[in-house]
Ligand binder design. Structure first.
Ligand code: NDP
Length: 522
């Protein structure tokens, strides 16, 4: 039965519950406030009216600063290949057929809570696995890379995605200014302005951990891992003009598509796969495997299938299950851990901090966020809205001799050797901002997709100041000269005026094949 069927008419004589105040007092009249005489002013003693408005005035909570607009559903993850259990002691992967309940939230990044779904933007793809060893949150996107590789640039980048601080209007200038001054963003914007930048639905896109995480097994061996959810519905994207039409017609197009598919029993599925790298290989792999702007080529690290994610249950209440859902990359389970990826390191403290601001210190007691299959046992106490027993009569400290919970050394992560001087490192070895976006343009995209990419870039850059346009054209040119020339032509700019002579003098093949073209402009 569709959840909306609850709006079906009831019989006239059907017995109904009595309307009450929050304290349970029956309400005699919900249509007429209490006034001094039929046409007179209202009386302060009309507590039911006061409570109604007080509650109404507090209905909104702070919206997420990013990923504010979204939707979600419950489902199941089932292991189809337990080969991964060689690499990790994580119980959820321990045997084929093992099922774990999940909640998944999809979102756009930049827009506010009511903004349209069909805009060009990365999509959040956040999965909460309710495992027997606690909740594991894989808080990824529908793209395998990100705009920046250092978290100190994150808030600046997000400001460029929001309305202008003065007028409150949208303008593409800040984003192109930032991107053209941050060449590490080229890979992500290539995917963003490709056909995949506007998915047809959430069901028709992949999800990626994007970050490198780690796995460890009972023998204390560590492996680096990247997770990929491959859509079983196939990749499908929206034509940009159609997307604009839909944005006006139905801002909740993607939310509605997921809801309807599940109501109809047409449950979407994704195959979870992993790329696995033994710990030591990270040291001399030709790229930094912890750089969030890079992928691990499949030829180097092939995909291993793990299981199937299926979404099969719509939330009962959107606010309680979707708005109050709180995911955090800090939430891992024994056998799965973090990595030196600087963006991941920056996200670990930041997400729970944001949830404490948005939902309060006890946000993990909200049903959708609570561990479902594991017990929460610790000595944290009190705080606003604590109502889960709050440790009862104690003990509320550790160590204690009174039977309180104790640590379990068997789940300890193996030690990680680190070295180096504490410093701020602008120049990092193994960085090349152009090779992978160039490969995507040259080797992965069809000619039609390349044309779309250049059209999409030119359309978005058209209103931007020419100095910024030219700076960005150099990045395109370095990734592939055809790409630089193609966008320049569409913008009506002579590429020779944008690109420095040292670069123009190189034959195309040399630019495309040069492993590092980073310093050609310096
Ligand atoms: P492969 O040929 O093995 O992989 C290419 C990947 O590109 C496939 O996973 C494919 O995803 C994805 N892809 C196809 N079209 C697009 C598009 N328009 N936008 C974004 N991704 C697309 O080559 P490599 O692994 O050597 O990677 C080559 C380039 O492909 C990389 O530089 C990167 O830009 C891109 N890429 C790589 C990924 C990786 O994890 N290695 C993941 C995604 C993109 P699918 O199979 O779902 O069609």
């Amino acid at each position: 039965m569709a959840k909306e069927d609850k709006y079906e008419k009831v019989e006239e004589d059907e017995e109904r519950k009595t309307l009450t105040t929050n304290s349970g007092e029956p309400v005699p009249d919900n249509q007429n406030s209490k006034s001094a005489g039929p046409e007179g002013p209202l009386l302060m003693e009309d507590y039911h009216y006061l409570e109604k408005m007080a509650q109404f005035n507090r209905e909104e909570i702070p919206e997420r600063i990013v990923h504010a607009k979204g939707g979600g559903a419950f489902g199941t993850f089932t292991v189809t290949n337990d080969e991964i259990s060689k690499y990790t002691m994580a119980d959820l992967f321990s045997e084929e057929g093992k099922e774990t309940d999940v909640f998944v939230r999809f979102s756009t990044v930049a827009g506010s809570r009511g903004s349209p779904d069909t805009v060009r933007d990365p999509r959040g793809f956040a999965v909460k696995f309710y495992t027997e060893e606690g909740n594991w949150d894989l808080v990824g996107n529908n793209t395998p890379v990100f705009f920046v590789r250092d978290p100190s640039k994150f808030s600046d980048f997000i400001h460029t995605q929001k309305e202008l601080p003065g007028s409150g209007l949208n303008d593409p200038t800040p984003q192109w200014d930032f991107w053209s001054l941050s060449p590490e963003s080229l890979h992500q914007i290539t995917i963003l302005f490709s056909d995949r930048g506007i998915p047809a639905t959430w069901r028709h896109m992949n999800g990626y951990s994007s970050h490198t995480f780690s796995l460890y097994n009972e023998e204390g061996e560590r492996y680096w891992v990247k997770f990929h959810f491959k859509t079983d519905q196939g990749i499908k994207n929206l034509d940009p003009e159609e997307a604009k039409r839909l944005a006006g017609e139905n801002p909740h197009h993607h939310r509605e598509d997921l809801y309807q598919a599940i109501e109809e029993g047409n449950y979407p599925t994704w195959t979870l796969k992993a790329q696995i790298m033994p710990e030591k290989e990270a040291e001399d792999y030709h790229i930094n495997p912890f750089d969030l702007t890079r992928v691990w080529p499949h030829g180097d690290y092939p995909m291993m299938e793990i299981g199937t994610l299926e979404l099969n249950e719509n939330p009962d209440n959107f606010f309680q299950d979707v708005e109050e859902a709180a995911f955090s990359p800090a939430h891992v389970v024994p056998g799965i851990a973090h990595s030196p990826d600087k963006m991941l390191q920056g996200r670990i403290p930041s997400y729970d901090d944001a949830h404490r601001y948005r939902l309060g210190t006890n946000f993990e007691n909200i049903p959708v966020n609570k561990p479902k299959k594991a017990e929460k046992n610790n000595y944290h106490q009190n705080g606003f809205m604590r109502a889960d027993g709050n440790l009862g009569s104690g003990p509320n400290y550790e160590p204690n001799s009174f039977g309180g919970p104790v640590e379990d050394p068997s789940v300890k992560e193996p030690p990680l050797e680190i070295s180096g001087d504490a410093d701020r490192y602008e120049a990092q070895e193994r960085i090349d901002n152009y090779k992978q976006p160039g490969d995507l343009f040259r080797k992965v995209m069809s000619e039609e997709q390349r044309q779309h990419l250049m059209d999409n870039f030119a359309e978005d850059m058209e209103p931007v100041d020419e100095t910024i346009q030219k700076r960005q054209l150099v990045h395109f040119y370095k990734a592939d000269p055809r790409w630089g020339r193609g966008v320049a032509e569409r913008l009506g700019i002579d590429i020779e005026e944008a690109v420095p002579d040292e670069l123009l003098e190189l034959p195309d093949e040399e630019i495309a094949e040069a492993p590092v073209v980073e310093d050609l402009l310096d």
